[in-house]
Design a protein around this ligand. Structure first.
Ligand SMILES: NC(=O)c1ccc[n+]([C@@H]2O[C@H](COP(=O)([O-])OP(=O)(O)OC[C@H]3O[C@@H](n4cnc5c(N)ncnc54)[C@H](OP(=O)(O)O)[C@@H]3O)[C@@H](O)[C@H]2O)c1
Length: 212
């Protein structure tokens, strides 16, 4: 699949590394194509570097890995993405009363905001529930880590399931896009354990079921 990654920080670069060699055409959407670190990343993951809007327009699947406070303007600048699959990895984080929190939730979600900025795009919320390191490489974990998806387009979720498996995850369909209201707080559960409860970043949730 032709995949554009918009935002090449912790998450974007981890996903790019994780997808390398999986048979996809990767393109990184960056603001400065002359930056040495981005040129090195592009070589390392065998990707092209393009301006964000060019990358998004050229791709079938666009992965958004931007800071929430920059997301609205950056996403709107990508242009019309009608019909394309857009994976929203972003968590709407903000400091509230001195602690890292969700800026919105319960009655809406970041993913639903993204849908309002990109009417016609097929938004799937996922890859927001674990740290970037687990997205890049989880092969040493004893179980496949679970990764939930929420989206209104069933075919888009099937395509995203393939990418999640390529990244070593066991995908779970959480239902319609508004179920992102559950998945964004789930990210806070991981963040709380990882950063505040001493568990560190090298872990993920996995599903266990009775043998059939
Ligand atoms: N870090 C994690 O483990 C983790 C896990 C799950 C979900 N998330 C979510 O994923 C998102 C990204 O997190 P991150 O840790 O990867 O952030 P990050 O390391 O700060 O990277 C952000 C990226 O966004 C780019 N960017 C910023 N403004 C932009 C704009 N206007 N147009 C185009 N690109 C722009 C930055 O490019 P420049 O280099 O040019 O500034 C950078 O490549 C966040 O919403 C976060 O909540 C993070």
């Amino acid at each position: 699949m032709q995949i554009a990654i918009i935002g090449t920080g912790n998450v974007g670069s981890a996903i790019a590394h994780g997808l390398k060699g999986r048979g996809h055409e990767l393109c990184l959407g960056v603001r400065d194509r002359t930056r040495p670190d981005l040129l090195s990343l592009a070589v390392a993951v065998d990707a092209r570097l393009l301006e964000p809007a060019q990358a998004a327009q050229a791709a079938e699947i666009i992965i958004l890995a931007l800071p929430w406070d920059k997301a609205e303007s950056a996403v709107k600048a990508l242009g019309d993405l009608s019909g394309k699959i857009v994976i929203d990895c972003m968590n709407p984080l903000a400091m509230i009363d001195g602690s890292l929190s969700l800026a919105i939730g319960h009655s809406t979600s970041g993913a639903e905001q993204v849908q309002s900025w990109l009417p016609g795009a097929r938004i799937v919320k996922t890859l927001n529930q674990v740290g970037a390191e687990i997205m890049q490489d989880n092969a040493s974990l004893p179980h496949r880590p679970a990764q939930f998806m929420a989206g209104d387009d069933e075919a888009a979720k099937v395509a995203v399931s393939i990418l999640l498996r390529d990244l070593g995850f066991e995908p779970f369909d959480a239902g319609a896009l508004k179920r992102a209201r559950l998945l964004e707080p789930l990210a806070m559960v991981w963040i709380n354990q990882a950063l505040l409860r001493g568990k560190g970043r090298n872990w993920a949730l996995a599903a266990v079921s009775p043998a059939t």
